[in-house]
Structures are given as C-alpha cells and as structure tokens.
Design a protein around this ligand. Structure first.
Ligand code: ADP
Ligand code: MG
Length: 728
C-alpha cells in the first residue's frame, strides 16, 4: 500500500479523519462533494436529469414528482458520503451565509427510524429566520421568509451536511437576500446581451456573465489575535504603533510563502477541490502576513456562491492551523489593506468571450460593441457603482494610498484608447464603402488578439480593462460580490437594451446597413463617455481636481455614497430591469445605512474600552514606577537628584499629557455617541457617527500609540504590530 496521508479535514467536522493517498491528484478530488452534472448523471433518472439541466440552462420549472426523485437521489448520494443533515444555504443581508440544519433522520414509530428527504424539503423551507435584517419588509408574524432551491448553483456537502443553495424571499415575494436580485440581474443581462450578440452570430441563444474574484486576506496567529479585543470584536486593530519595519522593503510581496501559511493554503485548497471551487492561484501580498487566493472564473452566480462559501471555509480551515483570517479591508494602519478584485466579462453559449478581441474584423466589431457599451454603462452609473462598494470597512481603503480612489473611472490602455480615438472620426450617417473597408481593415481589424500583455496595467484604476475582461478593483475584501455584480450586470443590461433600440431604429428608419448603424451608435457613445476614461495616476490630487471638473462623483464616506442606491434614477432603473422594486431597494439601503452606524458604534465602544481600561491604567502604572525612581534618586543623591531625574520627569509629564488628551477624547466621543444614539432617523444617525464620532478615533489612537512608545514593553497590555505582523 502506498503511503497514506491523513488530512485533518474531517476532524473539525467531527468525523474520523479520512485517508487520502498522498499522490492523489487534485483533479480527482475536484467536485467530489458536489451534486454536479457528473453526480446527477449517476444518480438521477434520465427525465430528472433533463429537467434539472433545463432548469439550469433555461430557467424552466421542475415539477413536483421530479423534485421528489431529485431529492431522493440527493439523499442517497449524501448518505453515501456520510452526511447526516441537510440545510438550505442562503445569503441574508448580513453579508455572511446562513444555514439551519435538519437531520435526515425521522422516527417511524415502534422505536424505528429512517432517513427521509423529499421534494418538499428540497424545494422550499421556512427557516423562521425572523432576526435577519429585512429593512422593515417583513412584519414578523404576517410575512415570514422562506428559502427556495436555486438549481443553478449545485448542492454540496460540507462536513456532514448537505447544503442546498437557495434564495431567501418573503411571502409577499420581496427578496430578503443577495442572491435573488443577482439572479434577476443576470437574467436581464442575458436577455439584453443575447439580443445584441445576435447581430454578430445568429446561433447565440444565451449569454452568461462571468466572474473571477481575487480574495486578499491576512493570517494572524490565533493566540495573538485573541489577545486583542479590537481584532476579536471589530476585525481590525483600532490602535497600535507601526513597527520599525513594515512593508517598505517589499520583501513579502510575491516572496516565498511562509511554511505555516503554505500548509494552511494546501489544506484549504483540498477543501476547495472537494467543494468544486476551482482555486488556482496563491501568493503573498504586499503587507507582511497578507496573502491572496484566486480561482478560475465561473458563471457569476456560482462564483458569488463560491466566494461566500470560501470565506466561511477559510476560517474553518484556519482554526485547524491556529490562525485567524482577517478579511477586513484595513486591519492594520500603515500597511496595505485588502480588496477583492472582481474580474468580469460576458460569455456566449457558443463559447465566445464578448470582451476578448479576436482574429476577424467582424469579431472585433462585436468586441468593441460590448466594450464601448460597458464603458458607457459605467459612465452613466458611476455613482451607483461607487455605492455598491461602500461599507464602513472599505472606507478605510478607498482613497487611501494603496487602493483606488472613491472616484470611479475606467482605464483601457493606450492601444484601445487609440482605437476609440479613430472611431470617434467615423463619418456621421451612412458610411462610404471605402471608409467601411478602411475601418474594418485598419481600425477594427488591427486590434491585436492578445491585448493582455499590452494593456499597461494601471494599478491605480478602480475599473480597468485587462485584455479580455474588466477588473472592478474597488470591491472590498469583506464584500459579498453579489452587491457589485448585481449592479454591474443591471447597468450593462440596460445599456445594451438601449443600444439595440438605437441600432434597430437606424436600420429601420434610416435604412442603414447593420454595420453602418453600429459604427454610428458606437461613435456617439465614445464621445458621450469620454469623461469616465482616465489613464493617469488615480492616487494623485490632480485627478481629484480633474474628476471634479468632469462632473464625476467623489463620495468619500459610506453614508454619502449609499444615497445613490435610492436615487430616483436608480429606483427607476432597478424597477425597469426587473431587479428590485422600490420596497426592496429602499429596504436594502436602510439596512446598509444602519449597519454602517452600528459598526462605527461598536468600534467606538471597543476603542473607548481599550483606551480607558487597558491603556490608561498601564500608563499610570509605568508613571508610578518612574515616580518611585525619581523619589529614590532624591533620597540617595539629595540636592543633585534634579539633574539625574530630568529625563524621567519629562517622561512622567509626557505620559500625563497623553493620558489627559486621550481621556478627554474618549469623553467627547462618548458624548457624540450618545447624541447619535438618540436620533431616530437612521440616515442622520449614520451621518453623525461618520462626521462626529469617527473623527475622535484618530485622536484617541494618536495618544495611545505615543504611549506605546513611552511605556515599558513588559507592561504594555496589547500585542504589538510587530508581533501580529511578523509572527509566522
Ligand atoms: P491578474 O489579474 O492577477 O494578472 P489574471 O488576469 O490571470 O490575473 O486573472 C485574474 C482573475 O480573472 C482570475 O480569477 C481569472 O480566472 C479571471 N478571469 C480571466 N478571464 C476572465 C473572464 N473572461 N471573465 C471573468 N473573469 C476572468
Ligand atoms: Mg487581477
């Protein structure tokens, strides 16, 4: 027998460790715990299989008898894998995932029991999850929420539980989760993009949005993380003097991965393989103890589910390695924060990436069509797009010197800029045969197939074209990708719909040829969207001024940014595209504003607690040591003591100064908090937390960090940055 390697995988889930042969290939593990096409083919009857595939591909309904068959097959498969429970797995508006487990087991009398799972339980559940935020949509007893099976995302086994991806909606039909509006947006973009793609290829019948996310995170030793109340309660450090060495030497970025972290990653990747999450890339990030993980892109709904799932799995696997995963956008001041780039594109059922230039002019005209329409959609909805990435934690990142600014702009690189410049000069109206040939040969035809290496990668752009996809870089590392993906796909859907109408009308009313019409409309779009395109340094002050001139929004804080989610235009857009009605959109807005206020409130409480109950008492204790020392010097040296005690006395005074300012800061912050808490209007409360409470954080921290540098290291009650960031 070959050597067996014992993965700890199952231990945490209260199962005996399973042995996996050391030389087992990852490809063999891939999807082993997923009720995917392969498994379904094995376990389902032909009819049931066809019915599920039809539901996935065309959104058709699965009838009850078939649902029973599927449930029974799922149960058999789950039991064969040792599962004991099932759960409807969903993504309520807390941003995390939710599950309520039920056992397959059911007593049947006479002391006997069986395992049972029917179509009813598969298709719909009432988790009575009345404590999730719902923005007032549900009146607890009238309209309970229910979860409904989403067959487009396959069920999977995690630990000993069969997890069934579901949507979460109220009985009145309103979405209470992230997935429902995302599915609606994906449907909208499918419809609009398919109609446009048909201009170029009649065989296109479906367009899928694709998403490849890149997850950044920090790994901190659990014992050290637990010693910091701020990390445990807020996910970030609220104070801590920067260490002598940070990231200035750039010696961590892409460096060799520390062994302990690598062991963690390997273990995590094995879990991902079993769950069918196609993780591909791992590397060190810029800050010490910061890392990144990225899968191969997938259809957007599945990719969103996989990101939500992995964020959960990451922490569970980390527990086995005595790590705490920090997903927060800015866990440490002074070193880089974490983001989650969302790489996005559109792919046809015929296998064409619509944002990838190709070999023929025809293909490239198609590429340009989707490319320019995306840019226009971003331009017209920049403020809404900015709102989708707004959160208390991402505020630390946007505009800080390592992340894209709060201004949305699009970077396309010099080659495509030149192409768009050329297109701007296309003749208005009908295009002469000579110009058309010229356009096709020399403009569209000349777009190189492989732009990847040519697009100068502008790291400062929040929304960059990277050769065959757009990369939305301003998304925060804690975010649920559904939020930005819902909006991006909705605005592109709306834009493509408009484009189709305009092109069709030129063809019909102006008797233009199709290509003429397309060129004419694209030309106008390029002219109209100029202001969103920016190739320069997004971090510079110059861009802020320039962006203002161009009329682009620059909403620096979450309470201000979120307002775009309920503007008249946004409500109309969501309604028209069938993504959210007014009630749903407003409810979400309210939840996010409230969450912002609560997060700042919690941070304020934790900071006040640490400052008063940890830092000040320690500073006083050290001050007393110094005072004893001064007294001793006086006793021993008599009148000469002053010279000898000069420095000590200065430190005593400095400590008093910091204690005073810090304590006053805490008092003032608490007062502002009290005022904020009395406000019934949630918008005002959030704004007060932002403008009146939060500014004290920096002041309190400043004095805390100064004290850290004065007080005896042995007495200091908090684990320091150098320990948190450099313990491997
Ligand atoms: P980087 O941007 O770090 O250089 P890559 O360009 O290789 O890395 O890809 C980053 C992410 O973009 C990966 O998750 C990859 O799967 C994803 N990606 C690549 N092509 C597409 C696409 N057509 N649609 C969506 N995501 C894509
Ligand atoms: Mg990238």
């Amino acid at each position: 027998m070959s050597t067996l390697r014992f993965y700890a995988i199952k231990e945490t889930f209260n199962r005996k460790p399973i042995a996996i042969e050391e030389n087992v290939r990852r490809s063999e593990l891939f999807g082993k715990n997923v009720f995917n096409e392969n498994t379904m083919r094995q376990y389902l009857t032909k009819d049931a299989y066809k019915s599920v595939m039809d539901a996935i591909e065309n959104g058709t309904k699965i009838d009850r008898a078939i649902a029973d068959q599927i449930a029974s097959a799922m149960k058999d498969w789950s039991l064969s894998k040792g599962a004991t429970h099932y759960t409807h797995w969903f993504q309520p508006l807390t941003g995390a995932t939710a599950e309520k487990h039920d056992a397959f087991f059911e007593p049947i009398g006479n002391g006997n029991a069986i395992e049972k799972f029917g179509g009813g339980q598969l298709v719909q559940q009432e988790p009575d999850a009345s404590s999730f935020p719902n923005g007032g949509i549900r009146n607890t007893f009238e309209a309970r929420g229910y979860t409904a099976w989403d067959p487009t995302s396959p069920a999977f086994i995690f630990g000993t539980t069969l997890c069934i991806p579901t949507v979460f909606v109220s009985y009145t039909g309103e979405a209470l989760d992230y997935k429902t509006p995302l599915l609606r947006a994906l449907q909208a973009v499918d419809k609009a993009a398919t109609a446009v793609a048909k201009y170029f290829d009649k065989n296109v019948t479906k367009v899928n949005a694709t998403l490849g996310w890149e997850q950044e995170y920090f790994l901190i030793d659990t014992a050290l993380a637990k010693s910091r109340p701020d990390i445990m309660l807020t996910g970030r450090t609220l104070l801590g003097h920067s260490p002598a060495k940070g990231q200035q030497l750039d010696d961590h970025y892409f460096g060799s991965i520390p062994t302990r972290a690598l062991n963690y990653m390997r273990d995590l990747e094995t879990e991902c393989m079993l769950l069918g999450i196609p993780v591909k890339t791992r590397h060190n990030e810029v800050a010490p103890n910061q890392f990144e993980l990225a899968p191969i892109f997938e259809e957007a709904n599945l990719a969103v589910d996989h990101n939500s799932l992995i964020m959960d799995v990451m922490q569970k696997v980390a527990d086995r390695h005595h790590f705490k995963v920090l997903m927060h956008e800015k866990p440490f001041a002074g070193v880089n924060g974490s983001g989650k780039h969302n790489n996005w594109s559109l792919a046809t059922n015929t296998g064409v990436n619509l944002l990838s230039p190709g070999k023929t002019p025809m293909h490239n005209l198609e590429f340009l069509t989707f490319f320019v329409n995306t840019i226009k959609a971003v331009y017209e909805n920049e403020e809404l797009l900015r709102a989708t990435i707004a959160s208390a934690s991402n505020d630390h990142r946007l505009g800080a010197n390592e992340a894209p600014p709060a201004i949305i702009s699009v970077f396309i690189g010099s080659q495509l800029s030149a192409v768009l410049d050329a297109l701007e000069n296309v003749t208005k109206g009908k295009i002469s045969p000579k110009e058309m040939t010229d356009l096709k040969l020399n403009v569209v035809g000349k777009i190189p197939e492989i732009l990847l290496d040519n697009t100068d990668r502008n790291r400062t752009s929040p929304f960059a074209f990277t050769g065959n996809k757009f990369e939305f870089r301003a998304v925060g590392s804690t975010a649920n990708c559904a939020n930005p993906m819902t909006v991006l796909n909705t605005i592109v859907a709306k834009q493509l719909q408009e484009f189709k109408t305009e092109v069709d009308s030129l063809i019909k009313d102006k008797k233009m040829k199709k290509d003429d019409a397309i060129f004419n409309v694209l030309r106008e779009y390029i002219k109209a969207s100029k202001n969103i395109m920016f190739e320069g340094d997004g971090y510079g002050d110059a861009w802020e001024k320039e962006a203002k001139k161009r009329g682009l929004s620059n909403n620096k804080t979450t309470p201000v940014a979120l307002k775009a989610k309920v503007s008249k235009d946004t409500l109309a857009l969501f309604d028209e595209m069938g993504v959210m009605n007014k009630v749903e959109a407003e409810a979400r807005y309210e939840i996010e504003v409230e969450e912002y206020a609560m997060r700042i409130q919690i941070e304020g409480r934790v900071l006040g607690d640490i400052a008063r109950n940890h830092v000040i008492p320690t500073a006083i204790r050290y001050q007393n040591i110094l005072i004893e020392n001064v007294k001793g010097l006086k006793e021993v040296f008599g009148k000469d003591f002053k010279k000898l005690a000069k420095e000590q006395i200065e430190i005593v005074e400095a400590i008093s100064g910091h204690i005073e300012k810090m304590n006053k800061g805490v008092t003032a912050m608490v007062n502002e908090r009290k005022k904020a808490n009395k406000m019934d209007d949630v918008e005002k409360r959030a704004a007060t937390y932002c403008d009146k409470v939060k500014p004290y954080f920096d002041e309190i921290r400043y004095h805390c960090d100064k004290l850290e540098m004065l007080v005896d290291d042995e007495l200091w009650p908090l684990t320091k940055y150098r320990e948190l960031l450099f313990t491997r």
